[in-house]
Design a binder for this molecule. Structure first.
Ligand code: GUN
Length: 289
């Protein structure tokens, strides 16, 4: 029997815990507040931001969206980041990626104040992961993947894992976090020849490639022994949301698989909220010293 790795049970339990933490912080006068800068109107970004706003509201956190024009100048953009960093009422913040072309050569993730970097994309987080420890702010999607594996009691120590995708947001950090937990990780990407060699020989396969249903039964063993985690968030030709994996073709052939939607996605938003609460708790400690 294949296990469908669904976010809903993890989200339910952790949301309650988080809401309780937010209540306690608010009672002491510390309100978790998330500010997001969005330059332009990327449709996927607007959807992601909508989910983040809804979750903030559900938990009793404040949410602010700072929308900038798609033609915003570098100067204005940098000034908005500076204001965000300096505003003491904002406890967590980030710039939604991707950004318009004129901003692409700015090293944005290094401009966010480290104590507010709830995305966990800055050097402080990267260095910690590289050195073999969990950072204060674990990047949100990798954190969601780890939580899902833990919830379903899928151990990673001594396991072989293939990660497809080498992004700062998912591929690189999840590879490091899994290595730190004792997994043997192969990092594959769009230029990897004969991907099946890696995917067939892994206990766990994580795909964050962003290619519609490009992984099918030909990439995996047929003995129901593999765990598949699909981070893809794509649209098929009918406009339906789907992952990198052909869920329908794979769901009876593997040990466990995440659906899209309903797998890793909701956990990413939850991780962001957990990081926001951590940032606010840290501020409370700092302020009381
Ligand atoms: N774009 C897609 N995912 C993310 C994310 O987790 N954080 C930011 N800042 N931008 C994104």
């Amino acid at each position: 029997m294949t296990t469908i790795l669904s976010a809903s049970s993890v989200v339910a339990a952790r949301t309650e815990l988080l809401a309780d933490k937010v209540l306690k912080l608010r009672a002491k006068g510390f309100i978790p507040k998330l500010r997001v800068i969005l330059a332009g109107a990327n449709p996927a970004s607007l959807v992601y931001i909508g989910h983040k706003k809804k979750m903030c509201q559900r938990l009793g956190c404040e949410f602010e969206l700072n929308r900038l024009s798609s033609s915003v100048s570098k100067e204005e953009f940098l000034n908005e980041i500076k204001k965000m960093n300096e505003d003491a009422s904002i406890t967590g913040c980030f710039v939604q990626l991707p950004v318009p072309n004129q901003l692409k050569d700015i090293d944005i993730t290094e401009l966010i104040a480290p104590e507010k970097d709830v995305d966990g994309f800055g050097a402080a987080s990267i260095v910690d992961m590289f050195k073999g420890r969990d950072p204060m702010f674990v990047p949100c999607t990798p954190k969601g993947i780890l939580d899902l594996l833990e919830h379903y009691k899928i151990g990673v120590s001594g396991k072989t894992v293939t990660v497809i995708g080498r992004s700062l947001i998912v591929g690189k950090p999840i590879s490091l976090l899994l290595q730190n937990r004792g997994a043997t990780v192969s990092m594959c990407h769009s230029k990897t020849p004969d991907l099946s060699i890696y995917t067939k020989n892994s206990d766990i396969v994580i795909s964050a490639a962003g290619q519609t249903r490009f992984l099918g039964p030909q990439h995996f063993r047929t003995d129901q022994s593999q765990v598949l985690i699909d981070v893809g968030m794509n649209r098929d030709q009918n406009g339906n949301l789907c992952g990198d994996m052909d869920f329908e073709a794979l769901k009876n052939k593997v040990k466990a698989i995440t659906p899209v939607p309903g797998g890793v996605g909701p956990l990413t938003v939850l991780s962001l909220m957990e990081n926001l609460v951590t940032a606010t708790e840290n501020k409370r400690q700092e302020d009381s010293q």
